[in-house]
Design a protein around this ligand. Structure first.
Ligand code: NDP
Length: 266
């Protein structure tokens, strides 16, 4: 009698191939095309906004639209996946959703950016990025990563990754908070931020974000997690360097010892 392969395992193989394909496209596209580009010209939103990138939309609306897929697509692929029984995957789901509820729904409405706009092109690109990123991470954790055992909680990769994730998130939230409160309600100008990690670097919020997603990659020990950490690095290092240059050119009394992103190093 001929034994038929279970449909599930075949389907899993197809999904795994799609996942790896996306991963390759994703990392290749970002490393080879975007890094030199991002390094040379800075991403035109916030203080670097320009009309050269076409039509502009409201800044807060732009943030909600571009971040939404990372929350919705990730959650859908996780919840409708096959990993409902896996407790560890639910930990990863919770920390991701915790981050993205803030980034998508809370953070944009706390910004003091009255009347400010963001290029629609940037919103579109970030939307597409978050679509892919939400999909590969949600699908991986929801369906492909069925192997996390309870003992993973004591694995050094999980412990160190979780410590990185939590400390990165605290740094990111705390320093975003300092930046937001530099302005009084209704103000839109720029000041020199001081205190906390601003003593050492111009962009501790970006530093925190990089640590956070490096921690996520470590604790999930996954290719999609790694791809996201690489992207965050590739995206935020040039942005921090451009912010730093802008601060030095704009404020004559800008602290000379302050670095751009990594205390005492970069
Ligand atoms: P910025 O530091 O450029 O700006 C954050 C907010 O603070 C903005 O509202 C900005 O106003 C305001 N602000 C910044 N500096 C000053 C200042 N000196 N004086 C007054 N107000 C100031 O952060 P981003 O917009 O680049 O990013 C926001 C968050 O999103 C960060 O936490 C970042 O880590 C995260 N992020 C993550 C990415 C990833 O790949 N994972 C990619 C991009 C962002 P204004 O908008 O008017 O400049």
């Amino acid at each position: 009698m001929v034994q038929r392969k279970p449909i599930y395992s075949l389907r899993n193989k197809v999904y795994e191939s799609i996942d790896i394909l996306f991963y390759c496209l994703y990392v290749d596209c970002h490393w080879s095309d975007l890094f030199p580009y991002c390094s040379a010209c800075c991403c035109p939103y916030g203080r670097h906004t320009t009309t050269k990138w076409g039509p502009l939309v409201n800044n807060k609306l732009g943030w909600v639209i571009m971040e939404a897929p990372a929350l919705i697509i990730f959650a859908c692929f996780f919840i409708f996946g096959t990993n409902h029984h896996n407790f560890i995957s639910w930990i990863f789901f919770s920390v991701w959703v915790f981050h993205y509820i803030n980034r998508t729904i809370i953070f944009p409405f706390r910004l003091r950016t009255r009347g400010k706009k963001i290029p629609l092109a940037i919103v579109g690109m970030a939307f597409c990025f978050n679509l892919v990123n939400g999909f590969i991470n949600g699908y991986y954790l929801g369906s492909l990563s069925g192997s996390y055992q309870l003992s993973w909680l004591w694995d050094p990769r999980f412990i160190i990754g979780a410590a990185f994730f939590i400390s990165g998130m605290v740094i990111n939230w705390q320093t975003d908070n300092i930046l937001i409160h530099l302005r009084k309600p209704g103000e839109t100008g720029y000041m020199v931020p001081r205190g906390g990690l601003f003593t050492y670097v111009s962009c501790p919020n970006h530093f925190g974000e990089i640590i956070e997603w490096t921690g996520f990659a470590l604790m999930t020990w996954s290719l999609p997690g790694l791809a996201f950490a690489i992207w965050t690095f590739v995206n935020l290092v040039p942005r921090a360097l451009h912010h730093h240059k802008w601060y030095r050119e704009t404020f004559s009394d800008y602290p000379v010892m302050r670095k751009a992103l990594i205390p005492h190093i970069l």
